[in-house]
Design a protein around this ligand. Sequence first.
Ligand code: FES
Length: 175
Amino acid sequence: MTTGSSAEHTRRDFLYIATGAVAAVGGAAVMVPLISQMNPDASTIAAGAPIEIDLAPIADGQIIKVFWRSMPIFISHRTKAEIEAARNVNLATLKDPQPDSARVKEGHEQWLVVIGICTHLGCIPLAHQGEYNGWFCPCHGSAYDTSGRIRVGPAPTNLPLPPYTFVSDTRIRIG
Ligand code: FES
C-alpha cells in the first residue's frame, strides 16, 4: 500500500467515524450518508476545492458532518418544529442578532449549513444537544439553536455560514 492510499484510507475512516458520531449524538436511527458524495479526491479537497453534497439521503431531523477546507461543516435537515423554533425568537434577545431567514437559502429553509467550529475557542459542538436543541459545545458550555445562533455561553457569535449554493433541489456545492 502506498503512502498516498494509506492517507486516503485514514481520511475516509475518519470522516466515516466523525459523521457516525454526529448521528449517534443526535439520536437519529438512520444511516449516515457516506462520503462518496464528495467527488474530488482527498488531497484536492484539502487544498480547498469545492465539494458537492447529495442531500437526498439525509433524513428529516438528521445532521451530518462533512469536511471542507479541513473544517467540519454541519448540514442539518431541519424538521418543521426546528424551523419554527428558529423563526419564533425575539431577535432583541440574541447576542448576535440574525433572523433565521438570513441564515438559510430562500425556498430551502429546511436546510441549515454551518461551519461546525465553536466561535469561542474553536471546539467542535455536539449536534442536537443543549437547551436549544441545536448544538452544544462541552468545552465551556455554549449552546446554539436550530439556526446555529449562539444563545447561551461564552461564544461571541453565531456559527458561521460557509459559501454554498444549491445546484439542484437536493444537491449543494460548498466553496
Ligand atoms: S470553545 Fe466552545 S464554549 Fe469554549
